[in-house]
Design a protein around this ligand. Sequence first.
Ligand SMILES: Cc1cc2nc3c(=O)[nH]c(=O)nc-3n(C[C@H](O)[C@H](O)[C@H](O)COP(=O)(O)OP(=O)(O)OC[C@H]3O[C@@H](n4cnc5c(N)ncnc54)[C@H](O)[C@@H]3O)c2cc1C
Length: 350
Amino acid sequence: MKKEKVILIGAGICGLYTAFLLQKKGIEVLILEANILIGGRIKTISGTTGVTMEMGATWFGNQHSHLLELLHTLELPYFRQHTQGISLFETMSFVPPQKFKISDSEEPSFRIKGGTATIIKKLVSEVGIQHIKTQTKIVSIKEENNQLIVTDSRGNNYSADKVISTIPPNLLVNSVVFEPRLPENFTQLAKKTHTWMGESIKFAVEYRTPFWKQNHYSGTLFSQASIIQEMYDHSAADNSGFALKGFLNAGTAVLSLEERKEKVIAQLTTFFGPEANEYVAYYENIWREELFTFQPYEQLVLAHQNNGHSLFKIPLLNGKLYVSGAETATKNPGYMDGAIFAAKTIASQF
Ligand SMILES: Cc1cc2nc3c(=O)[nH]c(=O)nc-3n(C[C@H](O)[C@H](O)[C@H](O)COP(=O)(O)OP(=O)(O)OC[C@H]3O[C@@H](n4cnc5c(N)ncnc54)[C@H](O)[C@@H]3O)c2cc1C
């Protein structure tokens, strides 16, 4: 068994950026990722008309300085979310939605040109794909002879001086066995730490034309009464492809894909007219079904609960195991910016 200096668990933005920073310090790393895909909660899909659609992380703002700095370093351009035109707010199903306009002076939100996954692709090319092992689900971490032995679900062992986990804390303590056991106060804290967007359902509808914009709508929609709760225009930065994208009522996870799709198209047709029925394709991602992101909680856990808790700062297993990831960040936890901040925080300790 070759001994690694540092093993990183998880090839989401936090794991990849931590690897990038450690390599800059001349430290060798190996990233072990359970999924076949790299990127974790960043998941950009491509439609058939050229548009890319975000099934995971999408927006950021001027307050996300760590993400903005990384985009600058990696030379990745971004653009302002389109909000011009008539936006809709539906309070009750039996009254027409209220119409309103978002002022251009509102604090803007941004999207990455070409899709959020461009940041993942760029980090992978910087870190080197040879340092990332996918389809490697870690099931146990054992302290032995002043090193850590990491074991995957096929029984393969890896050893390292230090291990950095970027698995969301609640999932970590419920899916990885530790020897010796982690302190009880840490385990209880992790079980009550919210995983941002873990319960969400993202959807996108691809269109050949941005008919909503042509009809003076922004594409922004909020509803307390129908299946689509929040939606925005999702056209490409250069208007080379068009889509509407947002979040569905999480309770509709119990419905079939066909049932959800029918309700989505019906809502869009009611609000934007028959052109909404002329869609190219419907896409969705039910995040509570993503085994490498979400784990049901033992009790009610509120959004962002325990995110950035001070216990996450203390390395475990005699200083050899670091628990990282977006949820551990003390700045903007749960968000991409938090994941980047967490990576910087851990890398600064090496
Ligand atoms: C629907 C949705 C919308 C979002 N929208 C936004 C947004 O608009 N703006 C924003 O800033 N943020 C948003 N986020 C949050 C953002 O995606 C996260 O903050 C960020 O991607 C977290 O990165 P991470 O690397 O810390 O964790 P993750 O991306 O969760 O990475 C953890 C990695 O660990 C892997 N893993 C899990 N278990 C194991 C195991 N046992 N062994 C090996 N590997 C394992 C996973 O496969 C995954 O790749 C959104 C998230 C979702 C789901």
